[in-house]
Design a protein around this ligand. Sequence first.
Ligand code: AMP
Length: 134
Amino acid sequence: MSSIFSKIIQGEIPSYKIAETEDFYAFLDINPLAKGHTLCVPKKEVDYIFDLDDDTLSGLHLFSKRVAKALETCITCKRVGVLVIGTEVPHTHVHLIPFQHEAQMAITSLKLKVEKEEMEEIAKKVSDKFLEMN
Ligand code: AMP
């Protein structure tokens, strides 16, 4: 059975899309730790990040860097933090979190409630910036 992230990539489930390449996809986390919290995923469905082949692993990090550069120009933040956990969704993903306070980097912290309109606004701003920078 396909993971929820594969369904998002295939367009079967909606997402606030940030960026897409032939091999990777980025979209806003629906339970963000900070505004602009983004997930970067390989289209290839592999549960554990260190089971990815070397090209996909390095490609994922380079893609995440490009997304982070777009995020940091659009979202006020101290910097973009990186987390990999993967215990909830068994499809490798890198969390990019534009944090203002270190506590926002703890996955157990309280999630923000961001309205649909604002999520759409953030996704448009960051995806436009990603296209402009790439
Ligand atoms: P983890 O597997 O612990 O790294 O966390 C999975 C993350 O995926 C959580 O932060 C969820 O909020 C996020 N998530 C789960 N389903 C969706 C979805 N449909 N769209 C966006 N983010 C999601």
